[in-house]
Write a protein that binds this ligand. Structure first.
Ligand code: ZN
Length: 274
């Protein structure tokens, strides 16, 4: 299945079935494209993230599944908690988000936020969809409330921005120090056990570096291993990145540096927050 939303010329969502019961919904309405995912079980279905500006996400998901729906928002950034989240909220769906990122969503939504439908997303939670389930793993770093979802029996990880998508932003004011982040990477390494069968579906799959075999639109444990090595290298001073300018208001005053690996194309960090 590969279809395009025809309802709105400016704001299109491309849907791709990645494998049985897993779909990617891609919003390319802005310069940087962003992905959400739909996981369908025999009893329920879950949408992971709410895209940014594209309209019609709720209707597209309803075309794919008639199961009861809820949404998990992996972190509070506007490209993951955007218009799709608003549509699901307006349709009465429950939304799960870490309370540590709630302040971002409060800023985005103001008085429109339907708090009675918002639930805290915590490490160790498990969403049972019938024949499949998703485990919630907290992975603070990119933001303090960043969460990832692991479908353990199928070895599929939905990582959003927590480990980046080739590009990684750790320079943000809301990001952890790299020393703190390293512990989270090591924890994830333990969980995945360097298993090359694990497919990691990130939040911006269009950024996945061309290192990967042709047509591979997911990350794997090689990426995680390199990300861990790069993080160690930056912390212990063996690696010094290149200075980088990002012309955005919220980047003012931050000394952004970037390192590159074979798999990790652009790892941005704040030189003063190692
Ligand atoms: Zn983000």
């Amino acid at each position: 299945m590969d279809l395009k939303c025809k309802s709105n010329r400016e704001n299109q969502i491309a849907v791709k079935q990645l494998e049985k019961n897993i779909y990617r919904l891609q919003d390319s309405s802005k310069f940087v494209s962003v992905d959400a995912y739909l996981v369908c079980g025999t009893e329920r279905a879950i949408v992971i993230d709410g895209l940014e500006e594209a309209q019609g996400m709720y209707d597209m998901v309803k075309e794919i599944t008639d199961k009861p729906l809820c949404m998990i928002v992996t972190h509070g950034h506007s490209d993951h908690a955007g218009r799709g989240m608003r549509e699901f909220m307006d349709k009465g769906c429950d939304i799960y988000l870490s309370s540590r990122d709630l302040y971002m969503v409060e800023k985005l939504y103001g008085k429109d936020l339907k708090r009675e439908q918002l639930h805290d997303l915590e490490d160790g939670m498990r969403f049972d969809l019938g024949n499949v389930s998703l485990n919630v793993i907290a992975m603070p770093g990119h933001t303090q409330g960043s969460m990832i979802l692991y479908m353990e029996d199928r070895k599929r990880l939905f990582s959003s921005d927590a480990i980046g998508s080739g590009n990684l932003w750790m320079q943000l004011k809301e990001s952890s120090s790299l020393t703190e982040y390293l512990k989270e990477l090591q924890r994830l390494y333990e969980i995945l056990n360097n298993d090359m069968d694990v497919r990691i579906y990130p939040g911006h799959s269009a950024q996945i570096s061309s290192y990967i075999e042709e047509n591979q639109d997911y990350l794997d444990c090689r990426y995680l291993v390199e990300l861990t090595e790069l993080t160690e290298g930056i912390i212990n001073g063996k690696l010094t990145g290149e200075k980088k300018e990002i012309p955005m208001e919220e980047m003012k005053g931050i000394e952004i540096f970037s390192v590159k690996g074979n798999y990790v194309a652009d790892y941005c960090y704040d030189r003063n927050k190692r």
